[in-house]
Design a protein around this ligand. Structure first.
Ligand SMILES: [Zn+2]
Length: 318
């Protein structure tokens, strides 16, 4: 028996890896000023794929570092972080797989609430943020196929899918534990709606139906403002929301609509057929109307920055 084998055999059992020792091994550092409950943030510390699981989590943490530092309150601790895709039947119906592109969401479970960050497919944060206090969650269900369903106090239903495989089992468990602990505490902070919008800039709550942040003065697009722009020029509203790919697709749709319009109009005039001319306008009206409706729906799901914070009242302290 070689020296190495001897060591293996007689090594004490307390060499079991922990989240802490694994982080050290990977020489990973966590952002300052953010508290993490390591055991639940990194539930997989051994076995096949632990390294990849750690690296994925660390990447999510790194990407959202600034948002976490800005938005978490004192005493708030991150229990879990992952990335999924918000699912809406209506959007899939109208937009097909393209709906996925605008629905990537980073999930941060804390001991206080669920913070959601609109992101790219890689988990890079975009501008829209939400939060849900656990007290606003009436029912929560994680299913075998990785779907996560939430029924909120004000009747809203949310569904998410597309979490990494490793998270499909652990996340519902950690979610349920957080929910149970929270219910026991009876803490029920005030909410203007179950799914609260957070200011992109200062991360403060922006109440239901409001599109200005009282705290920092930033303003947000109203869905109606974006919808009528999309009605005049399909894709305009989506460009303003930063959904560039969707906007470009809509422009292609627009080009098809306008081509149809021109063909019908020309044929109507040439053949002096007023019906073609009526149909031409009808086609444009319907196509632009659908675009406006989709824009309004997407815009209504969260806040989309219009103007940044107003730098007033920042008298520098002497
Ligand atoms: Zn603000």
């Amino acid at each position: 028996m070689s020296q190495f084998d001897q060591d293996e055999v007689f090594s004490p059992v307390d060499n079991e890896p922990t989240a802490q020792t694994r982080l050290k091994e990977l020489k990973a550092t966590l952002p300052e000023g953010v508290a993490f409950h390591l055991e639940s943030v990194f539930p997989k510390v051994k076995g096949w794929g632990w390294k990849k699981a750690f690296k994925t989590k660390l990447q999510y943490i790194k990407n959202t570092q600034e948002i976490l530092q800005d938005s978490l309150h004192e005493g708030e601790e991150v229990l879990y972080i992952s990335k999924g895709t918000r699912y809406s039947f209506l959007e899939y119906y109208f937009m097909g797989i393209w709906a996925m592109m605008i629905n990537h969401t980073v999930f941060v479970l804390t001991n206080l609430r669920l913070v959601m960050i609109h992101s790219s497919s890689k988990g890079k944060p975009k501008k829209t943020l939400w939060m849900i206090y656990y007290s606003q969650i009436e029912k929560f269900k994680g299913s075998w196929n990785g779907m996560l369903n939430l029924k909120l106090k004000d009747g809203k239903k949310l569904a998410f899918s597309g979490f990494p495989k490793a998270d499909r089992k652990t996340m519902p468990v950690i979610f349920q534990e957080a929910l149970d602990r929270y219910r026991e505490s009876g803490f029920d902070p005030e909410s203007s709606q179950s799914l609260e919008n957070l200011c992109t800039h200062c991360k403060d709550k922006v109440p239901k139906h409001e599109h200005d942040c009282d705290n920092c003065g930033a303003t947000y697009w109203k869905p109606s403002e974006l919808a009528w722009r999309s009605f005049i020029f399909p894709s305009w509203g989506d460009f303003l929301m930063g959904h560039t790919t969707i906007a470009i697709l809509e422009m292609f749709g627009g080009i098809m609509t306008w081509t149809t319009f021109v063909v019908l109009l020309v044929s109507g005039i040439q053949n002096s057929n007023p019906e073609d001319i009526i149909v031409a306008f009808f086609v444009v009206g319907i196509a632009h109307g659908i675009d406006a409706a989709i824009t309004a729906h997407i815009a209504g799901k969260g806040l989309h920055p219009k103007k940044g914070p107003t730098p007033l009242e920042t008298e520098s302290p002497a």
